[in-house]
Write a protein that binds this ligand. Structure first.
Ligand code: GH3
Ligand code: MG
Ligand code: MG
Ligand code: MG
Length: 318
């Protein structure tokens, strides 16, 4: 998608490589003198939590940690098991792990790496080496975090309509397909509203295109306000909107559609110069049949919308 790739294109320029940026580091060892020494080698701005308790380490790891240093040489807890749990937990899967291993114990090192530990360091730990390896992992984590947030932004843009902030057509189509599949497989019913603003061309022609855009935005807010939390609203085309109502039969869809219709008809839309524009909307509703194709359902909703238009607009038809 164009939006997401342009968001990605900005990454290389935006990544910050400030090795002294604040970081949260969890140090786990049964040997308090070891944790002290490890902590002393870390970047000065690091916020360090030292613990010998794997349960506490997991809580700290889940709480926005940037690096986990696990001492696999100290008895008293199972460090490899801790690493495995960190890797299997979705909340901490991305957390870099640096493991301290016994000297010349290749097997231990291999097992740690097999479990997804990112890097290892041998006892006796050299402060300079620990500092360097920690910096590398912290830099990697920072880069991954920034990449992820750019990706999230790109994804957000790819599923959102820029003018109204509602979902866009592609996104709502895939969500509708999911809801229809689930309904066909014996799950909850799903109904659909197709809403089209009446004589919108006339609004544009009379008040200008910017006023039209403003009406589209305010229409979207009124639409969103009247919906249940699980309903999904999208801008489907220019002045056409779709609402997917999972769990709703035709009767509930009719109530929601009538609520929307009257909230639009009930009071005018204010323009920046104080003018109030009267707006009405026509709505077609349909409930998905078991096994029905997406296009067939949309066609039925569109036929209902057409019936509402020809019967005089500002009304709901099924
Ligand atoms: P009907 O009651 O039959 O739906 O009449 P209508 O005028 O609403 O329908 P028509 O499809 O003839 O016109 C829709 C208009 O919506 C035409 C188009 O220029 C305008 N439009 C589409 N997208 C936008 C937009 O993003 N902003 C603005 N301001 N206008 C838009
Ligand atoms: Mg039209
Ligand atoms: Mg219209
Ligand atoms: Mg239209």
């Amino acid at each position: 998608y164009r939006e997401s790739s342009s968001a990605l294109a900005g990454i290389s320029g935006d990544v910050q490589d400030d090795i002294d940026a604040p970081a949260r580091v969890v140090v786990v060892s049964a040997d308090p003198r070891a944790t002290c020494r490890f902590a002393a080698a870390l970047p000065s701005k690091a916020e360090i939590l030292e613990t010998h308790d794997p349960a506490e380490a997991i809580i700290a790891a889940r709480n926005d940690a940037d690096l986990l240093i696990v001492d696999l040489t100290s008895p008293g807890y199972d460090g490899l098991r801790l690493c495995a749990r960190i890797r299997s937990d979705a909340a901490t899967r991305q957390l870099p792990i640096l493991a301290v291993v016994r000297p010349a114990d290749v097997q231990q090192a291999v097992r740690a790496l097999d479990l997804g530990v990112n890097d290892i360091i041998q006892r006796p730990v050299d402060a300079g080496e620990l500092a360097a390896r920690s910096r590398t992992q912290l830099r990697r984590k920072r880069y991954a975090d920034q990449l992820r947030s750019h990706l999230d932004e790109g994804m957000e843009m790819a599923v959102t309509d820029a003018l109204t902030g509602l979902h866009n057509r592609r996104y709502i189509s895939s969500r509708l397909r999911q809801a229809m599949d689930s309904a066909s497989n014996g799950g909850a019913p799903v109904s659909l509203l197709l809403a089209d603003i009446d004589h919108f061309k006339h609004i544009n022609d009379t008040y200008g295109h910017d006023a039209g855009d403003r009406v589209l935005r305010d229409f979207s807010s009124r639409l969103q306000t009247g919906l249940r939390a699980l309903d999904l609203a999208a801008r489907y085309g220019g002045e056409e909107f779709v609402v997917v109502m999972p769990g709703a039969g035709l009767a509930e869809a009719r109530i929601a559609a009538e609520r929307l219709r009257s909230s639009i008809d009930g009071s005018g839309f204010d323009l920046s110069d104080g003018t109030s524009v009267p707006v009405t909307v026509s709505i077609g509703i349909a409930q998905a049949h078991r096994g029905e194709a997406l296009d067939a359902l949309l066609r039925r909703a569109d036929e209902a919308l057409y019936a509402a238009k020809t019967a005089g607009r500002n009304q709901v038809q099924a």
